[in-house]
Design a protein. Structure first.
Length: 120
């Protein structure tokens, strides 16, 4: 939560993977750290690499802005939602867009032509 009168940090920009298997949105700490946010707690997380045992992940409240397909298209602004922190840059991404965001939109993936659309 932003303290009243505190300066809003500059936006952090990254490449995100749309992950229909992720129940929540996840962001790499390299994107979160410069924002200077306080954690809102920790959440036990199960991933494909935790072998059935939960791992505690830090949680933050962030506002997401997903740009439109062109400069004159409106951006999709998602007010503060809880996101989790996890190291993802080794996979070439800064985060995962999970179903907590996708459930507010229409997402269509056309595999044969390698095209997706997101309507909000």
């Amino acid at each position: 939560m932003q303290d009243e009168g505190a300066e809003v940090p500059p936006p952090a920009i990254g490449n995100f993977l749309v992950d229909t298997g992720a129940s929540v949105t996840v962001i790499d700490p390299t994107l979160l750290a410069p924002l200077g946010l306080a954690t809102t707690g920790t959440v036990p997380c199960h991933t494909s690499s935790t072998a059935g045992a939960p791992v505690d992940c830090k949680q933050y409240d962030v506002m997401l802005i997903i740009p439109g397909p062109s400069a004159d298209s409106p951006a999709w602004i998602i007010p503060a939602i809880p996101v989790l922190e996890s190291h993802l840059t080794s996979q070439g991404i800064h985060g995962l867009i999970g179903r907590d965001v996708l459930d507010k939109a229409i997402f269509v993936y056309n595999g044969p032509i390698n095209l997706f659309s997101l309507a909000y």
